[in-house]
Structures are given as C-alpha cells and as structure tokens.
Design a protein around this ligand. Structure first.
Ligand SMILES: [Mg+2]
Length: 258
C-alpha cells in the first residue's frame, strides 16, 4: 500500500539533547525506500532550516521541505484569512520568518492579529501591549496550545500557557493553529501528497498528535518515549491505531522481524 508518515519530533526523534535510538535508522529507511515523510512540530521557535541543522546532531540528514512547523501553519492560516495583514508577535525567529514569507508585516499599531508562539522572548511590556491590542479589536492567535515543553533542565511554560494569560486578561479566546487543529493536519497531508487513509502520524502526545490524526481519519502510532505512558492511555476516549515502545520498533530490522 502507498503510505507515508507525519512525524512529531520531541519525544519521538529526540528528548531534549538526547537522540532516541532507532530514529536515524527509521528516517534513512524512509529515504532509501522513497516513502514520503514530513516532520511535524508544534514548536514555532525554529525555521525549517534551523530544524534541519538541529536534526544533523542526531545523525539525521534531511532538508527543509521535509519539515512543517506550527509557525508555517499559522502564517498560512492568517494569510488565508486576511492576506497582506499585520501582526503584533510574541515569538521567535521561526514565527517571524514564516510570517514575513507570506507577506505579513509586524506592527504595534492596530495590528490585525496578536500572534503568540513558542519561545522565551516574553516580558510584561509585551503582554501589556498585546492585551491593549486585543482590547482594541486585534484577534488573538496562537501557534499551539501546548502548556509546557520538556527541556534538559526540566519543564518550562509553553505557548499555551502564555496565551492563557492573555485570554484571562482580555476575556477573549485564542484560536490555536498547531496540532491537533485540522488546519495544520490537513496542510501536512497535502504536503506529502497522500490521501487520508495513506497517512500515519507518529507521535508521543495524545492531545496533539493522536487526537489530530484521529480527527482527520489518519492512522496513528503512539510511541512511549515521550509524554505519554501506557497507563495514561486509558484516560482518553480515543486510542491510537498502534502503540510501540519507541520508533526503533518501526525501523527496518524490527519491521522485518515483526
Ligand atoms: Mg512530541
């Protein structure tokens, strides 16, 4: 059967600065067999090229067309809604560059959108200005709803937590573009040129990867190397198509055995 993979990165390919064994083998197998794949990340801090360079550290050689970030999805979303608009951005280079590529300008004066992404640029002046923009009619968008991110030193607050602060202050609800939003999931499927039943999503997070795949009718593979343990699965009203200990089980040697 023709098929391809959407692959989450954190918790699947690496954890912090540690590679997950078997990940590099699985990606080379996909490349050797010409199986379509796309790294799909809710982290909007990096550009696709930044991701390519980061993956090199884990012995994975790929190119920018194989990476799709929530920053790109967010830029496409606002571009569709309001072409050539303006945004006040709380986010890092990946988000700013994706917006500029779709002809979006950053502005502090009556922006069409306040867009919040992943990153560590936040300060109170930014929150205050964003709050005032929203109060004067700017729409609140976030690249993703993840409330925390794992790092080598422990968890840190994620984009979803920053947005929650602005939601509480302004009384307005944000629109989250990243996984599991069907907007990003569908755009990713189109990028690998496959139909719904040909797509497998590999991820470690039930609320984003597996939920997004379920909503779209993709098959899903949960790896237990990240944020979800086998015991936690029972709490969800939806289940992945398959559960594996790690991506190593999907590498060619393991597939041959299986
Ligand atoms: Mg993950």
């Amino acid at each position: 059967m023709r098929h391809g993979y959407l692959i989450d990165m954190d918790g699947v390919i690496y954890r912090g600065s540690e590679a997950i064994p078997g990940a590099a083998d699985f990606i080379s197998y996909l490349q050797d067999e010409d199986i379509p794949y796309l790294f799909l990340t809710n982290n909007s801090a990096y550009t696709p090229l930044d991701v390519v360079v980061k993956l090199r550290k884990f012995n994975i050689e790929t190119s920018a067309e194989h990476v799709y970030t929530s920053a790109q999805a967010t830029a496409e979303f606002v571009h569709r809604q309001k072409p050539d608009g303006t945004a006040f951005v709380i986010g890092e280079g990946g988000l700013l560059s994706a917006l500029h590529e779709t002809n979006y300008a950053t502005s502090r004066e009556k922006p069409d959108y306040v867009i919040v992404g992943e990153g560590r640029v936040l300060n109170f002046e930014m929150v205050e200005h964003a709050h005032r923009c929203i109060a004067s009619g700017s729409h609140l968008i976030s690249t993703n709803s993840d409330t925390w991110c794992p790092t080598d030193a422990g968890p840190r607050p994620g984009c979803g937590a920053i947005v929650a602060l602005l939601e509480a202050a302004s009384g307005r609800k944000a629109y989250h573009v990243g996984k599991p939003n069907p907007f990003m999931m569908r755009a990713a499927r189109k990028r690998i040129g496959l139909s719904t039943e040909e797509v497998f999503m590999i991820g470690d997070t039930m609320e984003t990867d597996i939920r997004g795949a379920t909503d779209l009718g993709f098959q899903s593979i949960l790896v237990l190397t990240g944020s979800t343990s086998r015991e936690e699965l029972r709490a969800y009203p939806f289940a992945p198509t398959r559960v594996v200990e790690s991506i190593a089980e999907l590498a060619p040697a393991a597939l041959a055995l299986g």
